[in-house]
Design a protein around this ligand. Structure first.
Ligand SMILES: *Cc1c(COP(=O)(O)O)cnc(C)c1O
Length: 823
């Protein structure tokens, strides 16, 4: 509809509806006001939107008794649309897709983040191929945002006390993402002193001092913005708080302050309440990826707990304790997230495993496999990332876009003619080639070339050649330049007379990362050469609009991170949703969903200490695959020119991966596995007991204190077994009896478990089974007796041990508190 108002202006404004409406002439608007066809279309679309926003969705039809009444979702970046460039990469796009799918599913979710004056930078290249950054300033008035104002029309200002009696203020913009309000805090207002106006100037710019202010504003200011918003809009207060990465972790301490100051609850009870309602998602598999601040810096911001301090009534020592790690001079934001959230997850199965090991120091005594961090594999928003041709086909096959959430519906692709699938793929590739030529021309002109030198671009890239995409941010672990490891071999592939491949590369390096910029320069220098420049290009300024063209048009999506450093990765999912075949190291989501027929795995040499040799091996494997598997299959054509076996892989990819990679699947998983349990925990934990407000939380807080004090004194004084023959037989029964010194705890305040398994060479138990032992009276010297009789889980060399863990009905698991005593 916006395009039909003025197609030329629509392209000129970068498909920005607000900019278009600002630029269209009054004469054209008058014309449209009498255009029946346009008005009917407009009414139809307005009715569709009203229906979408109001009709009952999946959430409204689910079992209401166990669901949250409101979810507050915090993230430092949101990639909702290219006209709102409030993101740098995968994390932000994921947050944007989370909101859109939450809207599609009808979740009562409110999101909060910061409104950056310049967003992330725009990238261009110098003549020399070096990344150049510029930061065009965005005017919120020209963006699809409205200012949050109170009933009297006055803009809401969120305030935070800063050191030296300063005050940081922010106004709140609201972006409406379908049903979901996204609140964005903006410090660039005249009410702030000059240096505080800059707090929200840029995403991931500035030093740590700058960054901690941003994170304080997002976390603490974010909660205050939500309070103001829900009050003005008459919405229920959220009962679940989701930290998308640790950056907004300070939201938990603000919520503790609310309980302490406004509800007269003690600190530990407040912490218990906050934990029960909080979900923490970690996104990085490397310690270097975690935000850490100097303890002294955190102390300076929280140090004054008097009435004019940042968080009156909240002792700074307690705040500092949330961020402790093995380096006593550092405050660790991920550790704070884990200590403030009763539930936590990574973003793929593999990343869940890696996270359990990475954070196991917070649960000492437990095997990493028992660390309570789960995983939800990321997903992508279908209508945002699938090409219109696929969406149209999907609607024809399924009846509606919503029906595509059902995996079985995707099997109907079986009915679609091979030639038709190939025709869609070819159309999308041809459109991409057009777009690449236009971008290439702009980039060369920007780098100082003249039109006269650029005649070659008109025929650069081939709409019929195998097209491979590689686009993502440029941290070292993603190995942008692995493809250049053997330049002669790559060049031979690009220039093959009969079966050429063409490569489109894009990505931004963090402005402070010169090593990343040097990698970009290497690619640019390689691609600049007249011999290959029609087959490989680096396109500057990777953003959502370019990304979409690439996912739509590329036949193959290449990803070669250092395993296991890619927590999930989502660009390959977006490619798969368009019938792109992934060619990737088995990392992140691809480790989980590669099935042998939906693309190719590049074998990894992880574990090899010599990094250069690892790169050599993995690059060689990549070239082998391209030469022996990928290219031959693409060019293996039938009489009509259709590569049947290729198209079968495309069909299989869509059928198998289509339903899995959707963000609607992800948000449903979050709702069922995290939001609903958190809402139930919060309801149980905040319930009164015998008329005492928050009685349950007080009980749990008191229990936690008692258990922590008693724990060092808990001992398993004796373990006896009967029935264990010399050569244990499967199914024969074993009786174990343990005497436990409970140090004042009652038998039902702990759980005693027998742990049985095969003994390996190091005397450790393999894949152990745990069996709960029942309390059976008291033993000698004030001990309690616990016993169990259990069939042996296996034959052969069997080992067993006994352990004690805390147990309370309001804990999410017996491992939650990280306390365990072994025999
Ligand atoms: C999807 C997307 C990403 C994330 O891609 P990864 O492969 O996960 O790194 C980054 N930037 C843009 C613009 C995207 O659309």
């Amino acid at each position: 509809m916006f395009a039909s108002i003025d197609p030329r202006l629509w392209l000129q404004t970068g498909q920005d509806p607000v900019a278009l409406l600002g630029a269209v002439t009054p004469a054209r608007l008058d014309e449209l006001a009498t255009d029946e066809g346009f008005l009917n279309g407009l009414d139809q679309l307005a009715a569709d939107l009203a229906d979408y926003v109001n009709r009952p969705m999946w959430f409204q039809e689910a079992d209401a008794s166990s669901l949250p009444t409101g979810i507050a979702y915090f993230s430092m970046e949101f990639g909702v649309a290219e006209v709102l460039p409030n993101y740098s990469g995968g994390l932000g796009i994921l947050a944007g897709d989370h909101l859109k799918s939450a809207s599609d599913l009808g979740l009562p979710l409110t999101a909060v983040g910061l409104c950056y004056r310049s967003g992330y930078f725009r990238q261009s290249l110098t003549t020399d191929g070096w990344q150049h950054e510029n930061y065009p300033s965005l005017d919120p008035q020209g963006l699809p945002l409205r200012l949050l104002a109170d009933d009297a029309g006055a803009p809401v200002l969120v305030e935070l006390a800063m050191p030296d009696a300063k005050v940081l203020r922010a106004r709140v913009w609201v972006a409406q993402v379908g049903r979901i309000p996204l609140l964005l805090l903006d410090s660039d207002i005249p009410e702030n002193e000059h240096d505080l106006r800059n707090v929200t100037d840029r995403l991931y710019g500035g030093d740590q001092e700058h960054r901690i202010k941003q994170e304080l504003l997002a976390g603490i200011g974010g909660v205050r913005a939500i309070r103001a918003f829900t009050a003005i809009e008459g919405r229920p207060a959220p009962d679940v708080f989701h930290m998308n990465e640790g950056h907004a972790g300070f939201l938990g301490v603000e919520r503790i302050r609310e309980y302490v100051c406004e509800q007269q609850v003690d600190f530990d009870t407040a912490l218990t309440l906050v934990r029960s309602a909080t979900v923490f998602t970690t996104h990085t598999p490397v310690p270097a990826g975690i935000d850490r601040f100097p303890v002294e810096m955190v102390k300076r911001y929280f140090g004054d707990d008097g009435p004019t301090g940042l968080l009156p009534g909240v002792p700074v020592d307690r705040v500092l304790a949330f961020g402790t790690e093995d380096d006593p001079s550092k405050f660790n934001m991920a550790h704070m997230g884990l200590r403030l959230a009763q539930r936590a997850n990574g973003v793929s199965l593999l990343h869940g495993r890696v996270s359990r090991t990475m954070f196991d120091e917070l649960w000492p005594g437990f095997d990493p496999s028992e660390v309570p961090i789960g995983s939800i594999t990321n997903g992508v928003h279908g209508p945002t990332w699938a090409a219109p041709q696929w969406l149209q086909l999907g609607r024809e096959l399924a009846g509606s876009t919503e029906a595509l959430r059902e995996p079985s519906v995707w099997q109907r692709l079986q009915q679609v003619d091979t030639g038709h699938i190939w025709w869609i793929r070819s159309q999308l590739r041809a459109a991409l080639v057009e777009d690449v030529r236009a971008r290439l021309r702009r980039s060369w002109l920007e780098r100082g070339a003249s039109e006269a030198e650029l005649g070659w671009i008109a025929t650069a890239f081939d709409p019929n050649a195998l097209t491979i995409g590689f686009a993502r941010r440029v941290p070292t672990y993603k190995r942008l330049t692995l493809m250049l490891r053997d330049q002669a071999r790559l060049e031979a592939l690009l220039l093959d007379e009969d079966k050429p491949l063409q490569l489109i590369v894009a990505g931004k390096s963090h402005p402070a990362d010169d090593a990343g910029k040097a990698l970009i320069q290497q690619i640019v220098k390689f691609a600049d050469r007249p011999e290959v420049r029609h087959r490989i290009a680096f396109l500057p300024d990777y953003d959502m609009s370019m990304a979409r063209q690439l996912y739509w048009g590329c036949d193959v999506w290449l990803n070669n991170p250092l395993r296991p450093l890619e927590a999930c990765g989502t660009s390959g999912m977006k490619s798969a949703l368009n019938g792109g075949l992934n060619l990737s190291i088995r990392d992140g989501w691809w480790d989980e969903w590669y099935d042998g027929e939906n693309g190719w795995e590049i074998p990894t040499a992880d574990g090899l200490a010599d990094e250069g040799r690892r790169d050599d091996l993995e690059a060689a494997a990549l070239y082998d695959l391209l030469e022996d598997a990928v290219t031959p299959r693409f060019y293996d054509r039938d009489d009509n020119g259709v590569p049947n076996r290729w198209v079968e892989m495309v069909r299989h990819t869509l059928q198998q991966l289509g339903p899995k990679v959707l963000a609607s699947r992800m948000v449903r998983d979050y709702t069922e596995k995290y939001y609903a349990p958190a809402a139930q925990s919060f309801a149980r934990t905040s319930a009164p007991v015998d008329g005492v407000p928050f009685g349950a939380a007080r009980d749990l807080a008191a229990y936690r204190l008692r258990v922590s004090e008693a724990w060092p004194k808990i001992q398993i004084t004796d373990v006896d077994s009967t029935g264990l023959p010399d050569t244990p037989l499967l199914g024969s029964e074993l009786t174990l009896t343990a005497a436990v010194q409970l140090a004042g705890l009652k038998p039902d305040e702990v759980v005693v478990q027998a742990v049985l398994g095969r003994v390996d060479a190091t005397d450790a138990l393999q894949d152990p089974e745990t069996v709960v032992m029942t309390h059976g009276g008291s033993g000698d010297a004030g001990t309690d007796i616990f016993t169990t009789t259990t069939p042996l889980p296996l034959a052969g060399l069997l080992g067993y041990t006994v352990r004690v863990l805390p147990h309370h009905r309001l804990l999410a698991g017996d491992n939650e508190l990280g306390l365990v005593t072994l025999a």
